[in-house]
Design a protein around this ligand. Structure first.
Ligand SMILES: *Cc1c(COP(=O)(O)O)cnc(C)c1O
Length: 352
């Protein structure tokens, strides 16, 4: 049967019942794309979990199908989130699809990628930009949802984590086991938490045998977990991980420590290099935050981390689609040449 969304497919692992009204855009079931270029560069067999191919262009849809379905089941009328962009795009789309929920989003003024803002608006969310950063927006949303009958759909909503853990299930199903390593960008740290939960649950029921080392990567200008303290003014071009005080800080550390992995930082230059490399040599276009996982494994490989792991499998989650943030792409290309509409001139330019 054709794919009917992740709640349908992984129902036995999710807190839903026959009474849960499932709101789905057939999210999940994203491709696990082998990269020869990255395999040659780092050693282990590198696979990209291409989450940009979810319905709204990021992994947030996995959590949102759960959070919105559960909010409806509970009888909520309004959902709310703070967002660096993708959560709001996803919350807006799933709320629209429910045809019942009003969606309100708080975003940091001036730091939302163009594509994401367009999505939230076209799906009819009420978008409020605050003169503050993501962490301040999230504090406001927590206060409001604590005091009023409004459902919070950030990743501190446990249903978000439940939905997002299914990406780990899909990887195990495709590879017939867990990989040895899993690399992932870390912002608010919900996703690393979700993957680790997913891997552990699958192993527990015998659907996989191993567990990966979890390798998390923050942007150097927004690396609170690496530094060991909150960052008051986080700065990075990777806006989706521009977070100074992650909500799931503790569980990210638990994923790191229980798995024997690490959480490290990568610079904006390293992120951009990986971003361009993914597009140019793997054919995979992602937004800058997504490239943090790839920048991270390139960095570890330079340090010799993967020595003696040639046979191992390494999955990199690439979290969001490149078209989300077209301005960054445009800044990193040269404009096309303009020539006369004349075949000779064009052939000469091509070198034919
Ligand atoms: C939300 C997001 C992240 C960060 O995920 P967390 O769960 O907040 O750690 C990374 N990349 C993209 C594209 C995102 O949308």
């Amino acid at each position: 049967m054709s794919w009917q969304g992740l709640i349908h497919h992984y129902r036995e692992f999710l807190p839903v019942t026959d009474k849960t009204p499932v709101i789905s855009l057939l999210e999940g079931n994203t491709p696990l794309v082998f990269s020869q270029d990255l395999t040659d560069a780092v050693g282990p067999q590198v696979y990209l979990k291409y989450e940009g191919l979810n319905p709204t262009g990021s992994f947030k849809d996995r959590g949102m199908t759960m959070a919105i379905s559960k909010a409806l089941e509970k009888g909520s009328k309004i959902v709310m989130c703070a967002s660096t962009g993708n959560t709001s795009a996803s919350a807006a789309a799933y709320s629209a699809r429910s045809r019942k929920l009003k969606c309100v989003v708080l975003i940091p003024d001036g730091n939302i990628a163009l594509g994401k803002l367009a999505q939230a608006m076209i799906h009819q969310a009420q978008v409020i930009a605050i003169k503050g950063n993501f962490d301040q927006a999230l504090t406001l949303v927590k206060d409001i949802t604590n005091q009023y009958p409004v459902e919070l759909v950030n990743s501190i909503n446990p249903y978000r984590i439940e939905g997002q853990k299914t990406a780990a299930f899909e990887i195990c199903d495709t590879l017939s086991d867990a990989p040895e390593f899993h690399a992932i960008p870390v912002g608010n740290a919900g996703n690393i938490t979700a993957y680790w939960k997913g891997y552990k649950e699958y192993k527990k029921v015998g659907r996989s045998k191993g567990l990966p080392k979890m390798l998390g990567f923050q942007a150097a200008g927004a690396a609170p977990i690496v530094l060991g303290h909150p960052v008051e003014k986080p700065e990075t071009i990777a806006t989706a991980i521009r977070i100074g005080n992650p909500a799931s800080w503790k569980s990210a550390e638990a994923a790191r420590d229980e798995s024997g992995g690490l959480i490290d930082a990568v610079t904006d230059d390293e992120i951009l290099e990986a971003y361009k490399r993914l597009a140019a040599a793997s054919g995979v276009f992602v937004e800058p935050a997504s490239a943090a996982s790839v920048a991270g494994i390139l960095k570890l490989s330079r340090q010799g981390y993967f020595r003696n792991h040639k046979k191992a499998r390494l999955v990199c989650t690439v979290t969001g689609h490149g078209l989300k943030d077209p301005n960054i792409a445009i800044k990193n290309i040269t404009n096309p040449v303009v020539l006369e509409a004349d075949i000779k001139t064009i052939l000469k330019e091509i070198g034919l």
